[in-house]
Design a protein around this ligand. Structure first.
Ligand code: ADP
Length: 464
């Protein structure tokens, strides 16, 4: 199993802790490495500075008294005494050891490595199994030949310090990262506790479909927003599920009614022998109910087709006013007995709607207006551009509706009491209008001042 697959199987809190721990480890390691290198360089610089200081002190003293390579002067011999841990030698021009500080006595012999040029030079070398640093300083002896002073210090004290520092830094990194990871894991678990509560509540909801997700986690944060959003979504899903159930029940009821009527008409007719006129009358009743049934089915299929549309209808533009005007004329001719229609259209209004959809909208709204308005009433159809929308408005002076109906008028199969008394209908015309308007990103609204006060339906679709 590769690392990615392994990590993907870990819990979020473990993954967060690992991520946090690794980042901290990398950061600390970089910081500690930088610190170690700077301490390392500092200690070596310091050692070199101390070599130079000691050399300068010895040189100053010898310059005051004259460099004596023979060691015959007792003062000069005394001056070759060095500070503890420092080894001083005076070397002849050829590198031969003329005098050495007593500190050399306890140490193995040290080779002479004279620099190639006559400048003061620092050399690092091995001396008796440990490394040492020597400073070679040239000087003029009594015979004016160039001789050398060699000042040496062992590096082992520095290495001991660095070794101890490495140990402490390593302990600091391991301990620090370990403690931080433990703390981080605890924090991550704590921060994810609301997620566990949400999961438990979501599981509960399978048995208790009315429940909601908890939103109170002590503080209002992103998880509260998430839970609120989900509750909102769940609420809307429940509503739509409820509507679907009601729709199925209504659809079954609406289709069952004409079917029952057909069945009972046939039962009664077939029970006894009938005259031809009686059979004809019975068949006419059956035909009427069959028409109702097929009209419901046709409207249901139209509605499903429109609601199932996922992409917007094509971009072809049509002259909306001309299209609506032709439907208005057609309706008026088809219903000469109905109220007269007043037409008012803004010319040259091109919009990206399909003519079939527009015809369906106009036909349903006009059909209703004519159905629910007495012949002496008036119906008005308007098409105009308002801001960036094309607006189709159908108003009438008919039976109107109250505020309670206004809220439900676009529901499938909903019909008001007065409308049921006034005319036949399936209650699917307005839902079709709404579905078409929405499929173009538009809206449909209806308002009425109350029963008997007429009504207005307005469809608004963006021009682009
Ligand atoms: P239908 O007209 O076949 O009943 P619709 O879906 O077209 O179905 O209309 C639903 C209901 O809205 C109607 O039954 C009626 O109660 C109300 N309605 C629609 N248009 C009008 C109108 N112009 N005036 C008054 N009520 C209307």
């Amino acid at each position: 199993m590769n690392l990615r697959a392994l990590i993907s199987r870990l819990s979020i809190s473990t993954r967060l802790t690992l991520w946090f721990g690794t980042s901290l480890l990398v950061l600390l390691a970089l910081f500690v490495a930088g610190l170690y290198v700077s301490v390392h360089l500092g200690l070596h610089d310091d050692l070199e500075a101390r070599l130079r200081e000691e050399a300068a002190a010895v040189q100053a003293h010898h310059e005051a008294h004259g460099f004596d390579l023979t060691g015959s002067s007792s003062t000069a011999s005394h001056e070759l005494q060095s500070t503890p841990g420092t080894f001083v030698r005076l070397l002849g021009p050829g590198g031969d050891v003329a005098r050495a500080s007593p500190s050399f006595q306890a140490r193995p012999p040290l080779s002479v490595e004279l620099p190639s040029s006559r400048t003061s030079t620092v050399k690092t070398r091995t001396w008796g199994g440990t490394s040492a640093q020597s400073l070679y300083v040239p000087f003029q002896n009594e015979s004016s030949a160039v001789a050398w002073m060699e000042v040496t210090k062992l590096q082992s004290p520095i290495h001991r310090q660095l070794h101890a520092l490495r140990g402490w830094l390593l302990l600091g990194i391991v301990g620090g990262v370990g403690i931080a990871m433990l703390g981080g894991y605890g924090l991550a678990r704590r921060a994810l506790r609301p997620v566990a509560a949400l999961t438990a509540a979501a599981n509960d909801m399978q048995d208790r479909p009315t429940g909601t997700l908890p939103t109170d986690f002590g503080v209002k944060d992103e998880l509260t927003d998430l839970a609120d959003t989900f509750n909102d979504l769940i609420g809307r899903l429940r509503d739509s599920l409820q509507r679907e159930r009601r729709f199925r029940a209504d659809a079954a009821h609406n289709m069952f009614t004409p079917l029952t009527a057909i069945q009972s008409e046939l039962d009664v007719t077939l029970r006894n022998p009938r005259s031809e006129t009686e059979y004809r009358e019975a068949l006419q009743v059956v035909q009427q109910h069959t028409e109702t049934l097929s009209s419901i089915l046709e409207e249901l299929m139209t509605l499903s087709r429109i609601e199932a549309r996922t992409d917007r209808p094509g971009p072809a533009r049509i002259d909306v006013s001309r299209q609506v005007e032709s439907r208005v004329r057609r309706a008026q001719q088809a219903h000469p007995e109905a109220a007269s229609i007043e037409w008012q259209g803004e010319a040259g209004l091109d919009a990206p709607v399909s003519p079939e959809d527009l015809d369906l909208v106009v036909d349903h709204l006009l059909d209703n207006a004519l159905k629910y308005t007495p012949r002496e009433g008036r119906v008005k159809v308007q098409v105009a551009q308002e801001k960036t929308d094309v607006v189709l408005r159908v108003s009438d002076s008919g039976i109107g509706f109250d505020t309670e109906a206004a809220d439900r008028i676009f529901e499938r199969f909903y019909r008001t009491g007065p409308a049921e008394q006034q005319a036949e209908g399936g209650g699917l015309g307005l839902p079709i209008v709404k579905a078409i308007a929405e499929s173009y990103g538009g809206t449909v609204t209806a308002w009425s001042s109350g029963q008997g006060e007429g009504s207005t339906f307005e469809v608004r679709v963006p021009l682009r």
